[in-house]
Ligand binder design. Structure first.
Ligand SMILES: *[C@@H]1O[C@H](CO)[C@@H](O)[C@H](O)[C@H]1NC(C)=O
Ligand SMILES: *[C@@H]1O[C@H](CO)[C@@H](O)[C@H](O)[C@H]1NC(C)=O
Length: 290
């Protein structure tokens, strides 16, 4: 979710865990407001969403420029985004309480948006993970569940429901970051300061117990690095941390400072495959991972 400026955020900061200091500041790639999530196209462009803008931005990290990739009137704003087929992206629309899944298709050479379907019973969709080439998983931060959603039909149902996903405290925001890789769903619960994983089958249904990796560091969305490490944006802790997914109780190591960090994605071209892009309250930033 976006950077919190309320007193609530301050209370959260006081309870968040410690992480290794001395990381370098992320380099600004594009100045934009309240970037919520990012995804990288195969041509190298970074797509960036904001919950308060109907524009999905396109950022060129080489030129350090941003432009509108597409404006979707009626969407209010966008959050989680992921590529499920070559140059076809699923994105959650509806602003700060998104409930609608859109498809943004660049495969014809021109961006085309389609409203696939509203998840009528959803309260507040935020994180999005690609399960396969026709299915995305979307986290309902308000209800604390994950839906599986079929892009070609708009069919959906609850895939995972767990107490670690539900909101705590006054702000209706529980499960936040959500990503899938190799049979495992990884997710954060922002105000529980927690990070979790759960094994799933091909339909996204949990096949084992939820494992809690930590409960003392705020986590927003996450991404996978080329070396197999996982990177988690820490939002109010203003950093991106690196995590060894093989560790039972990983020690998060900060790799970049980014104010209000919400999300990350690695470069996809030869020249930036070791560069992680980070969405934050002031735009899109980058850090080279050695
Ligand atoms: C990004 O900008 C560079 C430098 O201006 C340009 O060469 C490149 O084609 C651009 N990339 C894309 C994907 O538009
Ligand atoms: C999607 O994946 C399935 C299973 O791997 C494959 O059979 C199918 O051809 C893929 N569809 C597209 C459009 O790529």
């Amino acid at each position: 979710m976006v950077l919190l400026t309320s007193l609530f955020a301050l209370a959260t900061l006081a309870s968040a865990g410690t992480i290794t200091k001395r990381q370098a500041a992320g380099a600004q790639v594009a100045k934009l407001t309240s970037i919520e999530n990012i995804a990288v196209r195969s041509n190298g462009q970074i797509l960036a969403t904001s919950m308060s803008s109907t524009t999905i931005y396109s950022v060129n990290a080489t030129a350090k420029t941003s432009a509108s990739a597409i404006v979707v009137s009626g969407a209010a704003g966008f959050s989680g985004i992921g590529e499920y087929l070559p140059d076809q992206f699923a994105v959650i629309g509806g602003g700060s309480t998104g409930t609608t899944i859109y498809k943004i298709d660049f495969s014809s050479g021109k961006a085309v948006s389609t409203l696939v379907k509203k998840i009528a019973e959803a309260s507040n969709l935020n994180g999005l993970a690609v399960l396969n080439n026709d299915t995305v998983l979307v986290g309902d931060a308000g209800k604390g569940v994950v839906y599986r959603f079929t892009m070609s039909t708009g069919a959906y149902s609850v895939a995972i429901s767990d107490p670690t996903m539900v909101p705590s405290g006054g702000i209706p925001f529980g499960i936040d970051g959500l990503k899938y890789k190799d049979g495992v769903v990884w997710y954060t619960n922002i105000f529980k300061n927690s990070f979790h994983k759960v094994p799933v089958d091909a339909t996204g249904k949990a096949t084992g117990a939820v494992v809690t990796l930590w409960t003392n560091l705020m986590g927003d969305d996450l991404c996978f690095g080329p070396s197999g490490k996982i990177y988690v944006a820490t939002n109010g802790k203003n950093s991106l941390v690196e995590v060894d997914p093989a560790a039972a109780s990983p020690t998060p190591k900060a790799v970049a400072t980014v104010s209000g960090s919400t999300s990350c994605a690695f470069g996809r071209t030869e020249s930036d495959k070791d560069v992680v892009y980070i969405g934050g309250s002031g735009g899109v930033f980058s850090a080279t991972i050695k």
